[in-house]
Design a protein around this ligand. Structure first.
Ligand code: BMA
Length: 791
């Protein structure tokens, strides 16, 4: 058994034109044209608008390779991903045709091979042509965007989204190679894992593909257990049961370690190895709940939605995933939802999640549209599901499969039923095809037919008393304090926009002058009415920003505050509410969006707000029916017993009232304690606040919005020592933040959005030396709300 990658000496050429270039494989046409300097960078300025022709052209990839040496029963061409409508030819003979970016393909090329040079070509016809052809044949289907992305099995957001450009790709986007083999090969290995009394059972389902027909011995071993099964001649499947005694359990981060054990499956000719983990996952849905239970432990999901990290996903390598996932961990996140408008990510993503203890909720790739159930789409959907379920099921991090994003919601609320006039919309996929494939291949993992969902296809899917909901009226129409009016079981999406980091904007947009509505900024804002909503969102809290710098700072602060408020509210409802998955962790290019980490990988202030809101130990002040209350949230395995001091004080620091609150919060529990009237009441709301402190944790409560607060012009002293910037407040400083990327695009800081009471100080640590001390100490690098409000 041997595998040879075919990643060298490729060229691309435009079949219906005269462009040609050398090609990187894996890769895509856009990135090759960019490398060859044949197009401008699609991520800069408004270049996107000039590049639509790429996706409308036919492209041919070509290479020449030597026939592998030696004698083999079979030589296969293995394609881990072709994007999307492709004809594969070897030495002029068609050996395959594909139309699904989400599947792996294997073609027996023996008959077409010759000695010496072999010419391989893969021709990609435009995704649009295929999809538009099916629209004509099957009839239109409504969706959130005008492009026909529901008619082709290709990453939907490639056609443009409310945070992404329309850059319709083509290419060999995942590895491609030759697999030469003899006898039999392991075509499929599916380990099903269940915990037993004092141990675990691994049931390994093996399927072989045969070139010769003899009895086959297959052995499997893991964690000291091993067993053999014989697959008789003429048969292709075998089952091996391994009983492992007292394995260490895999836990999500924050709950324990992530031990993994290598499972090895062998035949005489082939071998399969992968790390697995021992854990049990259940979904408690009793009475409308939506609570993940891992190893019997109910979990509050501190999540974020994951979108493709690049419009050209072939650029996302293991290192890039590792950076992004480390950032997710840094924000206190314990689950990522791989959203349905993207892809099934590569093995590296899930492998890193296993290692880090990041749970994964995997949407099948369906989003915001009605999907035709006719052929050829129906067969593609089933084939793709089978392929990816088998590929991903060994991963302990994968805790939930979901039928897709907002497709059932769209059917209920977005006026589709009339437009469909009885045509199919995808219900069969979510209620039969996908659960059917899972029941057969991966029965132990929970499945949710769609998100949001209320437990039955006949119920309105976004009912807050049942299952996960998506909260979008807040960003679109309401003040963010409205998050508090929800009492959900689980929130799978809610988000608030802000622009990208300053250095990211400066790299990608060359507007002069740069303003909140200069052409590049507007182009890098894809949401309907997005910039207006940003301003509307500021109105209750801040004066209208008069400059780009104020706009940039205030909208970023507002994003952080909105999400922090939402999360703290949702956490205060635990265990009734069992999760918050913020929209969205990352971006695929430089854009104003709901992301915490922008398209250049820079953290927005929201990142730090998330880190605080998702802290294992949280103090938060929440309005309750009978007044303000302190909610203490303990997401650790130890009891949290401490005495908090709640203080009513003036903005200038004078203390008026104090209340000592001794609390004892059990592991993974919360406690709610009403604040006393003297502390909670105020007759001077513009000049007072409440500060609650316990150990190193603190919660603040302001009675009025910043614009109505009697904030003083900021007074502080700054000391810069190497990478450390110490700020000492002489007045109250609201949401102090350092933006070192304004001085050096490589610079970042370990904290932002810090409110200091008079006399307090904070130390900010930079990642690099050598920044200008003087510039670090003031506007526009060091900022606080006082700058704008106290005028
Ligand atoms: C939801 C998501 C995405 C979208 C986001 C922001 O609909 O599922 O489709 O980007 O809201 O509008």
């Amino acid at each position: 058994m041997s595998l040879f990658w075919l990643h060298r000496n490729w060229t691309i050429r435009q079949v219906d034109g005269d462009i040609h270039a050398s090609a990187s494989v894996p890769g895509c046409v856009h990135t090759d044209l960019l490398t060859a300097d044949l197009i401008p960078d699609p991520y800069l300025d408004r270049n996107e608008t000039e590049l639509g022709w790429i996706g409308r052209s036919t492209w041919r990839y070509e290479t020449v390779f030597d026939r592998p040496d030696g004698s083999h029963d079979r030589i296969d061409l293995v394609c881990e991903g072709l994007d999307t409508v492709a004809r594969v030819e070897l030495n002029g003979r068609v050996i395959g045709a594909t139309a699904n970016m989400h599947r792996r393909y294997r073609f027996d090329i023996g008959p077409a091979l010759r000695e010496g040079d072999n010419e391989l070509s893969i021709t990609f016809t435009p995704a649009h042509d295929y999809a538009e052809g099916l629209v004509r044949e099957l009839g239109e289907r409504p969706s959130a965007y005008t492009e026909p992305y529901t008619f082709i099995r290709k990453m939907a957001c490639n056609f443009g989204w409310d945070w992404g450009p329309a850059l319709v790709t083509a290419g060999i986007w995942r590895p491609i190679g030759l697999n030469a083999w003899s006898g039999a090969r392991l075509a499929q290995v599916r380990p099903q894992i269940s915990l037993t009394e004092g141990g675990a059972r691994v049931t390994v389902h093996v399927e072989v593909e045969r070139a010769t027909d003899e009895e086959l011995l297959v052995t499997a071993s893991v964690a000291g257990a091993s067993a053999v099964v014989a697959i008789p001649a003429g048969e292709t499947v075998g089952l091996i049961e391994l009983d492992v005694e007292e394995p260490e359990l895999w836990w999500p981060r924050g709950y324990g370690e992530q031990p993994r054990y290598e499972l090895v499956v062998r035949t005489a000719d082939d071998e399969w190895r992968q790390h697995i983990g021992f854990r049990d996952v259940q979904l408690d849905t009793a009475g409308g709940a939506f609570t993940l239970m891992v190893n019997g432990q109910p979990i509050f999901v501190k999540g974020a939605n994951w979108i493709p990290d690049d419009c050209f996903p072939s650029r996302v390598d293991r290192g890039r995933y590792a950076d992004r996932l480390a950032q997710a961990c840094g924000a206190g996140i314990n689950l990522l939802r791989v959203w349905g408008g993207g892809v099934y990510e590569s093995d590296d993503f899930y492998d890193l999640c296993d290692e880090l203890g990041l749970m994964v909720w995997q949407d099948f790739p369906f989003a915001c549209g009605a999907y035709p159930e006719e052929q050829p789409i129906a067969d593609e959907v089933e084939a793709e599901a089978r392929d990816n379920v088998v590929r991903l099921m060994p991963h302990p991090s994968l805790v939930l499969w979901c039928g897709g994003n907002e497709n059932v919601w769209g059917y209920f609320d977005w006026g589709w039923q009339e437009r469909l006039a009885g045509r199919t919309w995808g219900a069969t996929y979510y209620t039969r095809t996908l659960p059917g494939v899972l029941a057969e291949l991966d029965p132990a993992r929970p499945y949710l037919p769609s998100s949001p969902y209320s437990g039955s296809i006949g119920l309105h899917p976004n009912r807050q008393d049942r299952g996960p909901i998506h909260i979008w009226d807040v960003w679109n129409q309401r003040d963010y304090a409205a998050y508090r009016q929800y009492r959900p079981r689980f929130v799978a999406e809610f988000g608030f926009q802000a622009p990208a980091a300053y250095a990211t904007i400066r790299r990608a947009i060359h507007d002069e002058p740069l303003t909140p509505d200069s052409p590049g900024i507007i182009h890098h804002q894809k949401a309907v009415d997005g910039n207006r909503k940003l301003l509307v969102g500021l109105q209750p809290y801040f004066p209208h920003p008069e400059t780009f710098d104020d706009w940039h700072y205030l909208t970023q602060v507002n994003q952080g505050r909105a999400i922090q408020l939402g999360i703290e509210h949702f956490r205060s409802l635990w265990p009734y509410c069992a999760g918050s998955i913020v929209w969205q962790l990352n971006d695929c290019w430089p854009v104003t969006s709901w992301a915490a980490i922008d398209g250049d990988g820079r953290k927005k202030p929201l990142f730090h707000a998330l880190r605080k809101a998702y802290a294992d130990r949280l103090l938060t002040v929440q309005p309750r029916e009978d007044g303000l209350a302190l909610v203490v949230v303990n997401d650790t395995a130890e009891t949290w017993a401490e005495e908090a001091q709640a203080v009513r004080q003036s903005l200038d620091g004078r203390v008026h009232e104090a209340q000592m609150i001794a609390f004892r919060v059990p592991p993974r529990g919360i406690v709610t304690v009403p604040l006393s009237r003297p502390v909670a009441d105020t007759d001077d709301p513009a000049r007072e606040l409440i500060a609650v402190t316990a150990g190193d944790r603190r919660a603040l409560w302001f009675h009025v919005a910043d614009k109505d607060l009697d904030l003083r012009p900021p007074q502080y002293t700054v000391q810069v020592e190497g990478r450390r910037v110490r700020v000492t407040a002489h007045t109250l400083l609201r949401d102090l933040a350092l933006f070192p990327d304004r001085l050096d695009p490589a610079a970042e800081v370990d904290d932002q959005l810090v409110t200091l009471l008079p006399g307090e100080s904070a130390v900010f640590t930079l990642n690099i030396d050598g920044l200008d001390d003087k510039a670090l100490a003031g506007f526009p690098v060091l900022r606080c709300v006082n700058d704008v409000v106290a005028g």
